[in-house]
Design a protein around this ligand. Structure first.
Ligand code: GLU
Length: 288
């Protein structure tokens, strides 16, 4: 197999809480997919948000993955070490005139959206208040000028291959409609000033840096994937193949929460569960 044909999957948890069965399912799916195609799994700690990420959760991620028998190839990427890279990417986008500073608070945006002259009052798409302002240091975020971004790549087809969504086993090609990007997302926040990036920017840059060929993750991230496809095209980065799997739900049919310690892998282990029981749990119908 040529080097470039090697399947490279990844698991990219944020240390904002203890991992639960949903994470175990995601990590094991990615790991098993990689093994099946003689590929590798890479690990990335998505710890850009200083306020929410904690060292104790990060340490537990490594312990939980070891316990589950998951192996990954080194080095582990830590997003908190990569702010200079995100900064450089933002600089490139700024030089292309694709981003602008915004100092709107959530409340400002809410008020602007409920202004009486707007007919679409329920939409949460940013109304572009700061687009033509010339702010200095008094900004809170950088926004992508979506219309301009789409114009610069107008000759490209935006699309990605999906192999998991809706529990369909079939592979399908999903087209990203530029109109949808404008109406559903608009001028998204591409970096928060306090953390120096956004989830979407960091993920796209890091998936490329780690050479990820296959992204396996929960279907709750399917809806925002078009943003990542757009960014890959803007930054001239290859689009990986996506596999959005079903979410693991609790016995009431609700999403598992990182906030709930009782559902964590750590607590299940402390209650005496072993790996085999975890594997049985996540493959039992009750959770789907
Ligand atoms: N860090 C994200 C999470 O823990 C996952 C991001 C991704 O897989 O793209 O939910």
């Amino acid at each position: 197999m040529k080097r470039k044909d090697v399947v490279i999957e990844r698991f990219a948890p944020s240390p904002t809480g203890y991992l639960h069965l949903g994470h175990a399912f995601s990590a094991l799916t990615a790991y098993n997919k990689a093994k099946k195609s003689l590929g590798i799994l890479k690990l990335r700690i998505e710890d850009i948000d200083n306020n929410r990420c904690k060292k104790k959760f990060e340490r537990q991620i490594f312990k939980d993955l070891h316990w589950l028998g998951i192996k990954w190839s080194e080095p582990v990427l830590k997003q908190s070490n990569r702010r200079h890279i995100y900064n450089k990417t933002l600089y490139d986008l700024k030089n292309k005139g694709l981003i602008y500073k915004c100092n709107c608070s959530r409340k400002d945006i809410k008020n602007a959206l409920s202004a009486p002259h707007r007919s679409d009052r329920r939409t949460t798409v940013y109304p572009g208040t700061c687009l033509n302002k010339h702010l200095n240091d008094d900004f809170v975020s950088l926004r992508l000028n979506m219309r301009k971004a789409l114009q610069t790549i107008s000759s490209r087809r935006l699309e990605f291959i999906e192999t998991g969504y809706n529990n369909k086993k079939s592979v399908f090609q999903r087209r990203v409609d530029p109109e949808e990007l404008l109406t559903n997302f608009g001028d998204i926040v591409i970096a928060r000033k306090d953390i120096g990036t956004s989830y979407n920017l960091a993920v796209v840059v890091d998936d490329a840096m780690q050479g990820i060929t296959h992204v396996t993750r929960g279907e709750d991230l399917f809806e925002i994937t078009p943003i990542q496809i757009l960014l890959q095209n803007l930054l001239d980065i290859q689009t990986p193949i996506y596999h959005h799997h079903k979410l693991i739900l609790d016995s009431f049919g609700n999403r598992l929460a990182k906030r709930s310690y009782s559902e964590s892998l750590l607590s299940l282990r402390e209650k005496g569960m072993d790996q085999i029981q975890i594997f049985e749990l996540i493959s039992s119908d009750k959770f789907f």
